[in-house]
Design a protein around this ligand. Structure first.
Ligand code: NAD
Length: 269
């Protein structure tokens, strides 16, 4: 029995402890990953941002340059083990350790009938959303174990809990797979003090949703979605960032293998 585990927590201590960590954000050059990177940097943490898109990585490097002593930006395809091994090595070389990984990467394609989805498109969505999480975690887990533990946060989706009105069969399958992978890692790596949890956001207001609804010519559906949501609005990136920070911090020190919905109550299961 450890009586100190029942000590009251203090916010300052929680923040200080998170600020002392190194977090990798995969798919972190844009959107929610990028927003999480900014928040962590503003708290004083060290962050490695990696993304497949060189232009986005360059933009992120420029826009995060005020934190240049605590951020590294790296181009890498999360589905390729050799590239993620290099990203892991560069992160540890830069910061001396790594504690956390947020997997926010993934491609998407506007929904079309399942019978029209070819196997190349299936592979792109499954690989970038699911295999990429496996490859990235595999590259970083030994380093996190060496550092004494940490946290993995997988950004899955409401589509992985049910299905999406905007995205296809492959996306739902990949995001459901991410939940299974993350639960497995929670069991396997918990004994090494590594927690693994997933977040399932509903449709997030931002660049991706904007591009997607423009492709589908369904911009008005955001209003419909907001009206169907018990809390009366859509999800914003910062709604998800708050839960990422919770799952990376000691506030969630006994949360492992969980799936947290961030959807305003549009789906309750
Ligand atoms: N936007 C939404 O409405 C929404 C809703 C629920 C869940 N999600 C999930 O949340 C995560 C973040 O979404 P977002 O809106 O920030 O998306 P985004 O498209 O803005 O960012 C995702 C990033 O992943 C990168 N990426 C894609 N494939 C990659 C690969 N193989 N290797 C490395 N990087 C790769 C992209 O270049 C992009 O910068 C994604 O996993 C997405 O599926 C998004």
């Amino acid at each position: 029995m450890d009586a100190t585990l029942n000590d009251k927590f203090n916010w300052e201590g929680i923040e200080k402890s998170l600020a002392s960590t190194v977090t990798v954000i995969a798919g972190g050059a844009r959107g929610t990953g990028r927003a999480a990177a900014e928040q962590l940097l503003e708290m004083g943490a060290r962050v490695a941002v990696t993304d497949i898109d060189p232009t986005r990585v360059e933009t992120a490097a420029r826009e995060l340059s005020q934190h240049s002593d605590r951020v590294v930006t790296l181009v890498g395809d999360c589905t390729v083990p050799a590239e993620m091994a290099k990203v892991a090595e560069a992160t540890v070389d830069t910061f001396g350790a790594v504690h956390n990984v947020v997997y926010s990467a993934g491609a998407y394609r506007a929904q079309r009938p399942t019978l029209d989805v070819d196997s190349d498109e299936w592979d792109l969505i499954l690989d970038s959303n699911l295999k990429g999480a496996f490859v990235t975690y595999q590259a970083f887990l030994p380093h996190i174990a060496t550092a004494g533990g940490g946290a993995l946060v997988s950004i899955s989706s409401l589509a992985g809990r049910t299905s999406s009105p905007f995205l296809g069969c492959h996306y739902s399958a990949a995001k459901a797979g991410v939940l299974g992978l993350t639960r497995h890692l929670a069991k396997e790596f918990g004994p090494q003090n590594i927690r693994a949890n997933s977040i399932c956001p509903g449709g997030i207001v931002g660049a991706r949703m904007n591009d997607l609804l423009t492709d589908l010519d369904r911009q008005e559906d955001l209003v419909v979605l907001a009206n169907q949501t018990p809390l009366g609005r859509n999800v914003y990136e910062q709604d998800v960032v708050a839960v990422i920070l919770f799952l990376l911090s000691d506030l969630s020190r006994f949360v492992n293998g969980a799936t947290i919905d961030v959807n305003g109550g549009i789906l309750t299961i």
